[in-house]
Design a protein around this ligand. Structure first.
Ligand SMILES: C[S@@+](CC[C@H](N)C(=O)[O-])C[C@H]1O[C@@H](n2cnc3c(N)ncnc32)[C@H](O)[C@@H]1O
Length: 257
């Protein structure tokens, strides 16, 4: 067993996180640069150092998860969601069951809530938002953001749902109440059922081909027939029919069976 495989086994035992399902070269590069910065020589030393140093363990989690996010990320896609996808979903169901999977610090599920508020009262909106990273979830619940994550947000939404507090923007309580955050590992934990819409963006790119394919099946099973999977702008599914999907629009897939 090589140094990295040994590390994978031990991290899995310690945390339940299976690094073997993340693209190896990318993950190794990110983690190597972290342990080298700490003057450590290999993955085994890195693991032992983390066992003694809680802060280093959190840095490891931070480095492996990559929490970058922003409101209305790839704004054109959110326009498609608003103008084309949601009206169709609402024809079938007024109370939509929505899941933002790998939601990071909350920008994505909060974007969904803002868009839904154009159609229905926010008190009727309930979005499940999950991530493997508890720190990201804790930040999402606080709801304080810098200018950088608000770059793509339409001005009217910024005015309506944010209050400037010093360097930060605080998101409105009504938006916060529309989202329920939970810790969830996409590669290990069970999925819910009968979702109308699953938003899972900018995380599939980190996974191996096999892990991705399994997830497409699981997302399909988690949707109701006719439900939509919305993926990131570099994450198109090749051969969606294989997983029971048809293309509804670029980066949107409809469950057909
Ligand atoms: C780059 S962010 C994407 C955030 C948001 N979806 C977006 O598109 O802006 C990737 C997120 O995936 C989460 N993640 C990584 N592996 C995961 C897993 N196995 N299960 C659930 N979330 C995971 C990370 O913690 C991180 O918050």
């Amino acid at each position: 067993m090589n140094d990295y495989q040994w590390f994978i086994e031990n991290i899995k035992r310690k945390t339940g996180i299976d690094l073997a399902q993340y693209k190896e070269a990318q993950m190794k590069r990110r983690l190597t640069s972290l342990y080298e910065k700490r003057g450590l020589k290999n993955f085994q030393e890195f693991f032992h150092a983390m066992e003694k140093d809680e802060a280093l363990f959190h840095e490891f989690l931070d480095r492996m998860t990559i929490n970058v996010s922003e409101f209305y990320r790839n704004a054109k896609r959110w326009e498609v969601l608003e103008k084309k996808i949601l009206p169709k979903l609402f024809e079938q169901n007024r109370r939509l069951k929505i899941w933002s999977a790998a939601c990071s610090t909350g920008e994505e599920p909060y974007t969904v809530a803002m868009i839904l508020s154009k159609y229905i009262p926010l008190a009727h909106v309930s979005i499940l938002a999950t991530d493997i990273d508890e720190n990201a979830i804790a930040r999402a619940k606080i709801g304080l953001y810098t200018e950088r994550s608000l770059q793509e947000i339409p001005e009217e939404m910024k005015k309506k749902f944010f209050k400037k507090e010093g360097m930060y923007y605080q998101i409105d309580e009504k938006i916060k109440r529309a989202v329920t955050f939970k810790k969830h590992n996409l590669l290990a934990d069970p999925f819910g059922r009968q979702f109308d819409l699953i938003v899972c963006r900018n995380v599939l790119i980190y996974f191996t081909e096999e892990a991705k394919q399994q997830l497409y099946y699981k997302f399909n099973q988690a949707l109701r027939p006719g439900g939509i999977l919305f993926v990131g702008s570099t994450e198109q599914i090749f051969n969606p029919a294989l997983y029971g999907f048809e293309i509804e629009d670029t980066f949107f897939y409809r469950k057909i069976k």
